[in-house]
Every structure is written in C-alpha cells, then in structure tokens.
Design a protein around this ligand. Structure first.
Ligand code: GLP
Length: 246
C-alpha cells in the first residue's frame, strides 16, 4: 500500500521531498556512487525544483554525481521547442544546477524509429543501474508519465496516444488545443514500478477525485496510477485540498 503524507501546503511538500532527494544524493556521493533520479514535468513539481535549486545555491548541494531520466516527451517536439519537456527541464532545473548535461535524459520526441528509441531509453536506465528515486505527478485521467488509460502494469517505454482530457488540460501551456501533440513517448508503468522509491506529488482540489481513485480503487489499467498501490516504497505527498476526498 502506498503511504500518504498530507502537508500543510505544496511548499511544505516540496521541501519534504527535496530533503529526501538531498539525503539520497549526499549518501550516494559519500559512497562514491551515482544517484539516479526519475523526473517529472507539469506544474506540480515546480516548487520541488525551485527548492532543489535553492539547496544547490545556498547549501552547496552538488548534482555532479546525479543522473536523471525524465518520464516522457511530446511526440514531434524537439528540445528547443518551448513546450517540449526537454526545454521545460532545462529552464526549470538543469540550467540552474551543476549537473552534467550528458547525465540528463529525456526521451527524443522527434525520433522516427519509436520502437528503437524507447528500447534504447530502457537500456540506458538499466545501464545507469536503475532509478533510485522517481518523482511523479498525476494527470486527471489517472496517468503517470503519459501512461493514459488503459495502461498495463507491465507496460514499458513506448509511444502513446494522448487522451483528449490531457490534451485539453495541457492546452493552457500551448495557448491553443490544436497545437497540442496527439502523441508522446513515455516510460511504461512497469518501468516506473522498477524505481526503488517513488514520491508522487498532487496538489489542489482538481486532483482530489483522481487521488481518491488512485489510492482507493483496486489496481486497474483504466486508472494507471492505481498500480502504485503495489509498489513497496511509494509515498503520495498531498496538500489539504488534494487530500479532501480520501
Ligand atoms: C502531464 C505530464 C505528467 C504530469 C501531469 C500533471 O501531462 N505528462 O507527468 O504529472 O501532466 O500535470 P500538472 O502537474 O501540471 O497537473
């Protein structure tokens, strides 16, 4: 069963998760090892990324021994497109840290051979030793990464078709629904479930219903986040609004 922690607000949640990440990065560095982080996009992790930048700038936390793998990328968008997730990560996190650019991975949205690109992504995660800690948000369809319903427990990194609810939700960033891609490349549920530790963040009343489903429904492919109940070390970090239907 996933653990639930209700924080006073999203800033407090971000701070708590940043401390978990800091402790992991410091412990790995002490042991002469690399910390492998799985990262998410969307508005939810922004306060967490701001806090990681603060820890780097004000407390000297180094990301030189950190390797990152992002969950997903829009199909057809290159890294310099201002709505691509590569661009989002550069702007909101990577450029403000001392992380080595070659240690940051985001699926290649412009790849034409999806099957090969996705298999290579899985292979690089394995080669890095697997993901130590995966940060997740949750979409209103119950998606994690871009694993839209239905997504099987053992699904792997692949090309997916985006749900219309997701396209509409994300159209605020694109300015126009017509500009939102119809497809994406995403780590699979099975890929995510192999992370040794998962920290899911969900804030605000718009997430209350899907948080309830994710936590209370029997694990099923039509609400992919329900699979997280089967993970041995998964925590849902909520604020009082997203917790309101639990
Ligand atoms: C996007 C991402 C997800 C994210 C979700 C929620 O579509 N692919 O990884 O968790 O939407 O976004 P937000 O945090 O903006 O609510």
């Amino acid at each position: 069963m996933a653990r639930v922690v209700v924080h006073a607000d999203k800033a407090a949640a971000a701070q708590a998760v940043a401390v978990v990440i800091r402790d992991l990065v410091v412990a790995k560095a002490k042991a002469g090892q690399t910390a492998v982080l799985g990262l998410a996009t969307g508005s939810t992790p922004l306060p967490l990324y701001a806090e990681l930048i603060r820890l780097h700038r004000e407390e000297g936390l180094s990301f030189r021994n950190v390797v990152t793998f992002n969950l997903d990328e829009y199909e057809g968008l290159s890294g310099d497109h201002d709505q691509s997730y590569r661009y989002f990560m550069e702007q909101n996190l990577f450029r403000s840290l001392d992380i080595r650019p070659e240690n940051t991975h985001v699926p290649a949205g412009t790849a034409t051979d999806h099957v090969r690109t996705c298999a290579d992504y899985e292979a690089s995660i394995q080669a890095a030793g697997g993901i130590d800690l995966q940060v997740l948000g949750i979409g209103r369809t119950g998606h994690i990464g871009f694993n839209e319903p239905p997504s099987a427990r053992d699904s792997r990194t692949r090309r997916v078709h985006l749900d219309e609810v997701t396209r509409r939700d994300n159209s605020v960033f694109f300015g126009d629904l017509a500009r939102v891609p119809h497809g994406a490349l995403t780590m699979g549920v099975g890929t995510i479930m192999e992370a040794r530790q998962i920290e899911l963040l969900a804030f605000g009343s718009s997430k209350a219903e899907i948080v309830r489903r994710a936590y209370c429904e029997k694990p099923n492919a039509d609400c992919p986040a329900t699979w997280l109940q089967l993970h041995p070390a998964c925590t849902f970090h909520l604020d009082p609004l997203s917790d309101s239907e639990l």
